[in-house]
Design a protein around this ligand. Structure first.
Ligand SMILES: CC(C)(COP(=O)(O)OP(=O)(O)OC[C@H]1O[C@@H](n2cnc3c(N)ncnc32)[C@H](O)[C@@H]1OP(=O)(O)O)[C@@H](O)C(=O)NCCC(=O)NCCS
Length: 218
């Protein structure tokens, strides 16, 4: 049995294959919701259910929404869902303590957000990528970290709370560190004494337009 399972689709493929199939209607939102939101929510749940089946050979009967909007994964499973205008992905793990995944359209993060996303310890450039895509990378790496860590610490933290300290474009890997405040919350949860946590992440590029990044908390 593998420890991780990822399912990635184009959203419209999932909608065409499953949206009108009563077998999957348990993952639809109420009809009053905006159709675009119904589609992305549904597609994320379908990917999660297919990943769950791949990982455990069992059917995912429900995937409720926690108050903080994160999915309520079955006992013993961590996972993450992401969607952008084209793709949808879910990845689950039965071994990791946390897992975050993020899809971001390259160039979608505007330059005027630089100050709120970056801090003095972030890398200032990434060899191999154009400067207009730089912010999308930092943003997406931090969002995947957030999704992996938030369920463990149960406290919101902003983009200043983590720094991307290394990116290797050839290997498609990065390193990301949490600041002392969030590290200390995580230490308690994980029974560790680290002052600052640094995690390894990885990424891939789909269709030259979408960045898919991931952080696993081992
Ligand atoms: C929660 C958040 C990361 C979601 O990212 P997004 O780019 O808006 O959207 P994505 O499509 O990538 O992900 C949405 C999915 O994330 C999941 N999600 C929502 N809240 C979550 C949380 N608190 N923890 C983990 N996962 C969460 C859900 O599965 C959601 O999809 P669904 O509602 O269809 O189930 C983002 O909205 C947010 O609040 N960011 C600010 C916090 C942050 O990133 N800080 C940086 C720290 S360094």
């Amino acid at each position: 049995m593998t420890d991780n399972a990822r399912i990635l689709f184009e959203q419209n493929e999932v909608i065409q294959m499953y949206f009108n199939d009563p077998e999957w209607s348990r993952f639809d939102l109420k009809k009053e919701a905006v159709l675009k939101r119904r589609y992305e929510f549904f597609a994320g749940r379908v990917c999660a259910a297919l990943a769950y089946k791949k990982l455990t050979q069992k059917k995912l009967l429900e995937l409720q929404i926690n108050e903080d909007r994160s999915p309520k994964w079955p006992h013993g499973i961590v996972g993450s869902i992401s969607h952008n205008e084209k793709y949808v992905v879910a990845e689950l793990s039965s071994k990791a303590k946390g897992l975050g995944i993020d899809l971001a359209t390259l160039g979608s993060v505007e330059k005027n957000l630089q100050e709120s996303i970056c801090n003095k310890d972030d890398v200032t450039q990434i060899n191999g990528i154009s400067s207009e895509h730089f912010l999308t990378y930092i943003f997406s790496f931090k969002e995947s970290l957030f999704k992996a860590v938030y369920p463990l610490v149960n406290e919101f933290f902003d983009f200043q709370s983590a720094s991307v300290t290394q990116v290797d474009f050839a290997q498609k890997t990065f390193q990301i560190s949490l600041n002392e405040k969030i590290s200390s919350l995580l230490s308690k949860k994980m029974n560790h004494s680290e002052k600052t946590f640094t995690f390894a992440g990885d990424f891939s590029i789909l269709d030259q337009k979408t960045l898919l990044s991931r952080v696993i908390i081992p």
